[in-house]
Design a protein around this ligand. Structure first.
Ligand code: AKB
Length: 357
């Protein structure tokens, strides 16, 4: 175990034996938090889940958690208080400001996205120092870590691998790439002055594309046009799309994203060759997405009226990503094409969600 302490002393510690083993989920009330907490509870009803979010937990989450807290990942006192009461073997750090929100308030985004990640890493390292057991920290990262300098560069780049084009052009992308590197440092190198086997925690990260859920809508992202268009169609509304028709990005469904998190979590550490992995399922242009949705909701009218800032972000993100390493290392395989995602999950889910028969 590393002796390079980075944690603050926790004054309100319960004796180790009295602390309950638990899984911490930050961003518990968000889109991914909902899905993950339901999945964790479904596969192990005995699992003690502690949910943390800026907003009070809704009943569906509250019922599945041992405890829910309303608070901020920047609040180190709150995190120390939690660490004094639980043994966190797994930390799923989902709380973040997404790309469009982060671009509107970049300094706040840095504090939340990088500062928050550092606080959760610190909590995990403190766990290691007190128990000797290596906790796992799982961080959703993003295609925003990539940065293509122009539309022409995006067209030439095509489908990109994890180590290419790592020059993010958004605050959110910079924040997530920095967070990935911090996690990798604590996974591989922390304590290297004191130990021949450095590394204080087990850090794993997935670079998610746009995610589409049948039950929830994202806020503050730039891939939001995908889910917004679909939910508008399901409600019989027209949709004004904030990117050009030819804008292409990778996407996946929320259940696939949750499955990816759980599969990466379950993978033996020895099979992992890197700390951050690409995943994706389909990569339509905005027009192809509109056409596929209109084939199921013929009344849908989509007007493409690009917002310059958000268009710039999408033009700097890759048209598609290569998920070969995730497939090889931990058996990742997407469930869906765009058509099967719509027919097998999204449309039935939207009907149930909006009560449409
Ligand atoms: C966003 O649009 O900010 C997110 C993302 C790609 O990480 N959906």
């Amino acid at each position: 175990m590393s002796s390079a302490h980075v944690s603050n002393a926790v004054s309100n510690d319960q004796p180790l034996a009295d602390r309950r083993t638990a899984v911490l989920v930050t961003g518990a009330g968000g889109e991914m938090g909902h899905g993950l907490i339901h999945a964790l509870a479904a596969r192990d009803p005995e699992c003690a889940i502690v949910g943390l979010d800026l907003r009070p937990a809704d009943d569906s989450i509250g019922a599945l958690c041992a405890e829910t807290l309303t608070g901020d990942v920047r609040d180190t006192h709150l995190l120390e208080h939690l660490a004094g009461r639980y043994r966190f073997g797994h930390v799923f750090h989902l709380a973040a400001m997404l790309s469009s929100s982060a671009e509107r308030a970049p300094l706040l985004a840095y504090d939340v996205n990088v500062g928050g990640t550092m606080n959760l890493l610190r909590l995990a390292i403190a766990e290691r120092e007190r128990t000797g057991r290596m906790p796992m920290v799982v961080l959703p990262s993003t295609i925003a870590v990539y940065g293509l300098s122009s539309l022409a560069a995006k067209a030439v780049a095509g489908t990109i691998t994890e180590d290419e084009f790592l020059e993010p052009r958004t605050m959110y992308g910079c924040n997530k790439l920095a967070s990935e590197h911090l996690g990798r440092y604590f996974n591989d190198h922390h304590g290297q002055f004191e130990s021949d086997t450095p590394g204080s925690l087990d850090f794993r990260s997935i670079r998610f594309p746009g995610i589409i859920s049948a039950e929830t809508l994202p806020t503050g992202g730039t891939t939001d046009y995908g889910p917004e268009m679909l939910h508008a169609a399901a409600q019989g509304h027209d949709y004004t799309c904030f990117v050009r028709a030819d804008s292409q990005l990778p996407f996946m469904t929320m259940p696939e994203a949750i499955r990816a998190i759980l599969e990466l979590t379950d993978a033996p550490r020895s099979s992992l060759t890197r700390s951050a992995y690409n995943v994706r399922s389909f990569a339509p242009t905005a027009e192809e997405l509109a056409d596929a949705i209109r084939a199921r909701y013929p009344d849908l009218k989509v007007v493409f009226d690009p917002t310059p800032g958000r268009q710039l972000i999408v033009d700097g993100w890759p048209a598609d990503v290569d998920d070969a390493v995730a497939r090889a290392d931990w058996g990742w395989s997407p469930t869906h094409t765009l058509d099967s995602a719509l027919d097998d999950y999204l449309i039935p889910g939207l009907k149930a969600h909006y009560g449409i028969v």
